[in-house]
Write a protein that binds this ligand. Structure first.
Ligand code: FAD
Length: 488
């Protein structure tokens, strides 16, 4: 039966869900509050420079392939993908760095260079990471988090110990070199929690990193949003921007209408890809499933202070992705998770997409994106942003041995307040609810409301978790639940 479905938001999860729902024959309309689509993956353009405002790492290409395959398509029908070599560079001090190249063979050689015998341990670690990848990303993450039994399979039972150990413990059991430890702990940061609070089973992220590699879609990650938009429109989805959803109306226990820019729109089913906490505030209190105390006690993924910078020269001694791990990560992570405050000496990440993609900056110039992870909910004022820009410029210049600040043509900052204003993000989180053990699968906020019939949720605060590949999967899962519900 064809249903009239309203989708709130146009992030990766909403777009993906809309494609599946339209394919199943429904009338689907997306209501996005912002002027442009893409949510946290929006694009910012200025003076010939193009910046991805959110995601820059294209990992797990198989998940994107699987998504497009569901519609008889391939990523190459919509965008051009390049495997980056090197994938990235990690600085540990001035002129002290490790380059991660595009094959496990070359990465083993880099490890060996750092610590004799480490490549043998790495191969063993990667065998397990591959095994976990096959279990998690090819199967478990495609389960909707409805029941704990979804996690009980013959293969997961063999891995049970890994759910109760942590990435940090497993890595440290095998490796002693602090640089190699930092590199192996880096991938799980995408899941939003400290490596010491992330189950060892999540080493599948290491396979995504070293086993599958890092890709770059030509013209940036936004070309993936553009591709899915094209697909959605081909399938008949209507996308409306500048549409602020102000309220979800419930009649006889069923979601019945949206109030959008003051106008009532009657619908059969409502699916929200906006932040879960925000969506529930659109409901009268008695229809909300999770209290403020519930959200207060959750481990959120970090927020971030970002700078999008146009440089009047090519920057030396950096790669497309460069990590600055030259300070104490333990201290910075305590300042994110344990005693939230602005970090004294932050780790940061810099991306120069124009190193490999000439379409994103004018000739001879460089587009730079800088990201400092932060605790959500901190005071965010212009003076503090400026202070941190100075801090990282000084470190960057010293470590990479060049002047860059005087070549800044413009810089735009983006931080906690913007995440709240633009996306209704809870406390300004950048990438949702972290994947800790107690926030995995059926323990995450549910895709389907338990209190309001015909109301569903998708995105990085629900199942399976933060990141672009999980957002695509979340869209597929929720569309499956909506279709199942229709049959009941
Ligand atoms: C700085 C940053 C860097 C990241 N880096 C990476 C990376 O390198 N690789 C990776 O895989 N992932 C990365 N991520 C994570 C990834 O971008 C997100 O997990 C994913 O894009 C989230 O998609 P979503 O659909 O869940 O939510 P969103 O993208 O947040 O979409 C929600 C949408 O709902 C809209 N909305 C909210 N309220 C309303 C309302 N009332 N009415 C109408 N619309 C509303 C918002 O405007 C938004 O468009 C990064 C995220 C950030 C912020």
């Amino acid at each position: 039966m064809k249903k009239n479905i309203a989708v709130i938001g146009s992030g990766f999860s909403s777009l993906a869900a809309s494609c599946y729902l339209a394919q199943a024959g429904n009338k689907v309309t997306i209501y996005e509050k912002n002027q442009t689509i893409g949510g946290r993956a929006r694009q910012f353009k200025k003076d010939g420079f193009t910046f991805d405002m959110g995601p820059t790492w294209y990992w797990m290409p198989d998940v994107f392939e699987r998504f497009f395959q569901d519609f008889g398509k391939a990523p190459s029908d919509f965008y051009e993908l390049e495997k980056l070599n090197p994938a990235y560079r990690v600085y540990f001090g001035a002129d002290d760095y490790i380059t991660i190249e595009d094959t496990l063979e070359k990465i083993c050689a880099a490890f060996e260079n750092e610590e004799s015998g480490s490549s043998i341990k790495l191969r063993k670690f990667m065998d397990q990471a591959l095994d976990n990848y096959n279990i998690a990303i090819k199967d478990l993450v495609y389960r909707p988090g409805v029941s704990p039994l979804e996690l009980v399979t013959a293969t997961t039972m063999k891995k049970i110990g890994q759910f109760f150990s942590t990435i940090s413990k497993d890595v440290r059991r095998e490796f002693t070199n602090p640089k190699l430890i930092s590199i192996l702990e880096f991938p799980v940061l995408f899941l939003g929690a400290k490596p010491s609070n992330t189950p060892a089973f999540y080493s599948f992220m290491n396979y995504a990193d070293f086993g599958l590699g890092t890709f770059h879609p030509k013209k940036g990650m936004y070309s993936v949003i553009d591709g899915i938009k094209t697909l959605a429109e081909e399938l008949g989805v209507t996308i409306k921007t500048n549409q602020n959803v102000e309220k979800i109306s419930v009649e006889n226990g069923k979601a019945s209408a949206l109030i959008v820019n003051g106008e009532k729109i009657n619908v059969d089913v409502i699916l929200s890809g906006a932040d879960y906490h925000h969506t529930e505030t659109l409901l009268d209190k008695n229809y909300r499933q999770y209290s403020e105390t519930y959200w207060e006690h959750k481990t959120f993924a970090p927020s971030a202070l970002l700078f999008y910078v146009g440089f009047d020269k090519k920057i030396e001694n950096v790669d497309h992705h460069t990590l600055f791990f030259d300070v104490d990560f333990q201290k910075h992570s305590q300042e994110i998770y344990d005693s939230p405050r602005w970090p004294e000496e932050p780790l940061f990440y810099a991306s120069f997409p124009s190193k490999t993609d000439s379409s994103v900056s004018p000739l001879g110039k460089e587009a730079g994106i800088f990201l400092i992870p932060l605790a959500p909910g901190l005071d965010d004022i212009p003076e503090i942003r400026e202070e941190y820009f100075e801090k990282i410029m000084v470190r960057f210049e010293k470590i990479t041995n060049q002047e860059i600040k005087k070549y800044v043509i413009f810089k735009e900052s983006y931080c906690i307040k913007d995440f709240v204003d633009d996306y209704n993000s809870y406390k300004g989180n950048a990438y949702g609810l972290a994947n800790t053990l107690m926030q995995t699968a059926f323990l995450r906020p549910k895709l389907k409301s338990g209190k309001v019939k015909n109301l569903f949720f998708t995105g990085q605060l629900t199942v399976p978790g933060p990141g672009v590949p999980p957002a695509l999967i979340s869209g597929k899962l929720v569309a499956g639940l909506i279709e199942k519900e229709k049959k009941n």
